[in-house]
Design a binder for this molecule. Sequence first.
Ligand code: SF4
Length: 977
Amino acid sequence: LSGKRQVHLLAYGEDLLSRLAQCILSDHAAALPDLHHIVVVFPHHASAARFRRVLLTQAIKQGHAALLPPHTTTLTRWVSNLCPHPGKLLSVTARTALLRQALLAHPKLCDPQDSWALADSLLKLFDELQTSNHRIADKLSEFQTTLAEAYGTESHAKEQLSHEANLIHTLWHSWTEQLCEQGLTDPVQAYVSSLNQSLDQARDSWIYLAGHVSLNDVERDWVKQLLDSGRLQVFMEGQYGHHDYHPDTVVTQLLDRLGKPNPVAAPVNAYGRLLNTVYDNSEQSWCQRIADQAAATAQSPAADKLTLHLAVDAEREAQTIDLLVRRWWLQGKRHIGVVTGDRKLARRVRALLERAGIQVQDAAGWRLATTSAASALISWFDTVEQDFSQAPLLDLMKSPFVASPQNDNDNGCDPDAIHGLFEHECVLKAQITGPLEHYQNHIRQNRLRLLETYGVDGVTALEALLVQFELAAKALLKLRDGQHHPGAHFLSALHHSLDQLGLGQRYRQDAAGQQLIHLLSEMGQAAAEHNLNYTWDEFRAWLNRQLEQHNFQPPLRGQGIELMGLIESRLYSFEALIIAGASSEHLPGKSPSSAFFNDGVRTQWGLPGTTQSRNTLFYDFRRLLQSAPQVVVTSHREEQGEPVIKSPWLERLQHFHQQAYNHDLDDPELTISAGSADTRIRYTDQLPLPTPHTVPRPVPDVRLIPNHVSAANQQRLLNCPYQYFVYDCMGIAQTPTLSEDLEKSDYGERVHRILHALYADVAGLAGPWQGPINEGNRQQAEAMLNDISKQAFLADTRNNILARGWLYRWLGLIDKFVDWEVAHQKDWQPDTTELSFDQPLGADPTIQARGRIDRVDKGRNGFAIIDYKTGATSSVTDIEQGEQIQLPFYALLHSGPVDKIFFLSLSEDRVRETGNLEGDSLKKVVTLLQRRITTTAAELKSGAALPAWGDEKTCGLCQLEGLCRKQMWQANDNAST
Ligand code: SF4
């Protein structure tokens, strides 16, 4: 029977591969088990493995334990092997680069900025033209006339089309002539010629064409001729007889064009009839169809087969899919498909399922640029381009593809420890943002300390890694001179650098890495063969485009749980299926529009248009609705607060069913279960529950108690003893953060340096000022402060324009500061600035006291201790009550007599003294402070606890909440009250 039927139009939902296997076994029963003379042509490779399994299973049932299997292939591969092109083929990588070169030779037609994008669009058009029956006329005027006719434009309006016509005509002819001159053949042209030449040889084979619904003109002609010769059979799902906006249009158009209209129709079940009625585009009214459907079947044929689920948002949609797949998996289903055009959703579903221990195959693959192999390459380029800026360099160091030379020697040095050392010491602590020699200098200058802290292996490994980066970048850096260089030089420098970094070797052990190496080799070959020259930026643009345009597809097994796009789902048959992300953004989504010609012209010339892509997608959606016994279509209501519009195909189905059966096919139980935390995967262990947290009150080992006191550690002890325990006893440093901008703390540090330079000799800065400042010389004092300030901010303002804001803020305060100096110096003379102490505390010589006072002035009755503040200051009440100890602590350190202490507040718009304390009040505060320091020191030595106090104001400025677990002990307190 199958020998007589050339077109097998299967009902939606029928397992095409199974039917194909039956036909082949029946047609070639006499030749069994030898089927090697048969060719089965699929649209993609993903179906081959499953088909071979199905075929073998059926052969075994017929008593054949083994087979010489048929040749399974794609059309492109088969005809290229059958009739290989004798000439030199242009690689896919080379042709964009070559066409771009041709475009640059016509500056009037193309802006160089757009050259890559235009080359891509033109190549797509040339491919479409070469595989269509339309030919571009030799003469421009003739082409213009044809184009104007296709647009339906009057001849006088031809001018408007002249740019498009001129561009296409000129480039097409110059492109074909260039290839001809260089003896090259475009791969699509070679495919077309192989197709035409293969006809005779193909007639010697038995060919089964399965699942092809989109054939171009030349493929269609080829299939038609082989159909006529009786050597080819076509297998496809679908129905014949509909046109325009209908899922069956693609099949109808293809069969009409193959000259095989009205094939034998497959029987349609009740569910299929319901779907046909929903998507019917005939004259019959919507209401009439609903009434007919309800009358024909009282129970919905979609019940128990189809669920339409609308989640609140994308995350809940992903959780619902995860739940469904896990349920089906537990029910024993093993052929489960998740089909979606929403790649973001696909990634999230994959992550959720993998968290549940379910491995997922992604048949759609992903862009090569998004693989971790390509990310390492991109980070390396960014590192070289940005002169070893810390951000890309850290990304590179963290890549599993980068091998340190020390690691290769397997000395046990953890790569995380190496980049951790680099990040902490060079970036966060030293605030170095590049270039490479600055990191290296820092390590050299601090080598002894680093060796003590991190050990010799870690430091040596980091040094070796930085040297390795330096060597690897050398050849590439030479090409960053803005000049044109042969593309082959870029590729060879790149390969060399990848090998230096250990990337080359690790790429060879990774599937995506191997593809990347292959791509770079192809680019190198293209550049060498065609003398392609680039500047650094142009080469980078070429590389980026290649990474974006190549897809990475992991190997497929054709079973299990698979994620795929709609096109990849053809020829699959599932036990259960989810069509996910059914929003209008993806179904039908934006059809890939061409940069050239409108849909009308495209249809007339046989080129693919937006209507055709939309109809193909509609066909795939309709086909999928019947491709499993259980189908769930999911979408979500909103995305980041914006409503998401449902796919019109989903909307139509839901509306129809609601009106015909008073049910919108939703499953409320699924909505409730997916929203419940009980249905999510949670990892539990057998360890006992942690004990509830209470306020920590650690007692430090006496050896950990610092043997010195400072204003800062005494203030911490006062604010929250637990802070003192963490920072001063345990020695845990506050986490530094890197800021490439000047921050407020940096501003304060610059102002302190400027005021120090006003009265002391500071290298690189003007000053110091000699003598008192008064009304007579204040202008000179202001001028000197201006000079010092500009010098102090010079490096910042050079590197960062925003730093100028801080400089101008300070310059605006200088006259107010000098006002204060003039008034202040009537009674006081500057004595010392930045006065450091490290001495035994008078009252208890076993305690070492450390500190640095910003400024000490001398007056008639003694000294004034001044602390400059660019931020908040403390009130005199806090100082008197012993809550703030900085200034009294300095008074305690100074040999005196100290007559006065105060902060000089240098706020945004004024300069004023605050926290003034003098005379007996000052003496009393200092005495009490001294007593407290000695008492506390004794208590600590005798084992006093250091509790966390949880004072709201102090906690608001503290970074230790994660350590003291304040929220936990507060929650326990609340629970117990
Ligand atoms: S968060 Fe509060 S209680 Fe905890 S250590 Fe910091 S200041 Fe003390």
